[in-house]
Ligand binder design. Structure first.
Ligand code: BV8
Ligand code: ZN
Length: 292
């Protein structure tokens, strides 16, 4: 059981009194399912941890490296400007890994929950992940906060296209090996993916939100509406350190939504939440989301 020292909530879960006292964070599945069954709007907010059991490395775990680089240091406009070839090798590698991965029991439990409850509840999945596994698991009402590995955007005309080609261009065939001894990338920029629109020909980039880039305003608005309206929010497999996504669930808890966290270890946001279910979400989610 996990102790936290924050607010006490009254029986309907709205924060009416703030005691700075240690309270037992609940991991009572039956209690949480009562809230879930009564909810009219449910949001499931996911991070890299939900794809860990599909074999996709998380950002901040040991798998957060590719060659000698921290993954997040390559997910920046500066890295792309400095070496578009190196960044394309990194994303090509991730496209290939994700394409070979399968949605796991956590993804499937969420998709099944939406299928069973979508008629009488608004169920929204908001993911920070770019691997496309929620969609492949069957989730319909999906908001991809940070873009998608299988979308490109032209750096010149800004056209966004879906592209599932493997490899995305000849020059990237058999490239992107994560071997730490490989330094740099000697793929010439003209061999990288380029826009096929007449009179454009701009260099393509992954349609992904890099660190230091703003999220798409429409996506932010959709996510904001879903978070503002939800009665219950499940926060699954995220370290809750990347903003603005890290603010969503604590803000929902502040306004009285019931929030449950699913993680293999507590995070900085755990004390803000009413429920904490410890363990791999491929195990914990099916138990909580299954049909009665
Ligand atoms: C922006 C695409 C402003 C890339 C990603 C305050 C406000 C606004 C911005 C900031 C701010 N403070 C700092 C910033 C800057 C920055 C930021 O948040 N930095 C952090 C590191 C401090 N934010 C930004 O730059 C954002 N942009 O707001 O800019 C702006 C506004 C207008 C105009 C211009 C600029 C953009 C952030 C988006 C970055 N892109 N992804 C790519 O994928 O290549 S984020 C990246 O991290 C991934 O999407 C990933 O999902 C995400 C978050 O990480 P997690 O998903 O949480 O993954 P992590 O590995 O950290 O944790 C995994 C968790 O799972 C762990 O807790 C682990 O215990 C758990 N787990 C593991 N296995 C399991 C499990 N749980 C359950 N079961 C398991 N089996
Ligand atoms: Zn173009």
């Amino acid at each position: 059981m996990f102790l936290s020292s924050i607010r006490v909530f009254n029986s309907i879960g709205s924060p009416n009194i703030r005691f700075q006292m240690a309270i037992r964070q609940s991991s009572d599945t039956a209690k949480f399912r009562e809230y879930l069954n009564a909810a009219k709007e449910v949001v499931i907010l996911s991070g890299a941890g939900i794809s860990a059991e599909s074999g996709i490395p998380t950002f901040r775990g040991a798998g957060g490296f590719w060659r000698k680089y921290q993954a997040s240091s390559l997910a920046t406009p500066e890295a792309f400007h400095t070496s578009p070839s190196l960044v394309w090798e990194f994303y090509h590698y991730r496209r290939e890994v994700a394409a070979k991965a399968q949605p796991n029991a956590g993804h499937l439990a969420i998709a099944d929950y939406e299928k069973r409850n979508g008629a009488d509840k608004k169920v929204t999945v908001i993911t920070q992940n770019v691997d496309g596994l929620h969609k492949r698991a069957g989730t319909n009402n999906l908001i991809e906060l940070h873009g998608n590995l299988y979308k490109t955007r032209c750096t010149k005309c800004k056209e966004v296209l879906i592209n599932t080609d493997s490899p995305i261009c000849e020059a990237l065939a058999n490239r992107g090996a994560p071997d730490a001894n490989i330094v740099g990338s000697e793929i010439p920029i003209y061999s990288l993916p380029h826009c096929k629109k007449p009179h454009c020909g701009g260099l393509l980039r992954p349609h992904i939100v890099w660190f230091g880039e703003g999220l798409d305003s429409n996506v932010l608005e959709q996510a904001g509406n879903a978070m503002a309206g939800c009665d219950v929010c499940l926060v699954v497999g995220t370290s809750s350190v990347v903003y603005p996504a890290a603010m969503f669930a604590p803000q929902a808890a502040q306004r009285g939504a019931i929030v449950a966290e699913f993680n293999i270890e507590p995070t900085p946001a755990t004390p803000d939440f009413h429920f904490y279910f410890e363990g791999p979400c491929g195990t914990t989610l099916p138990g909580v989301l299954s049909a009665n």
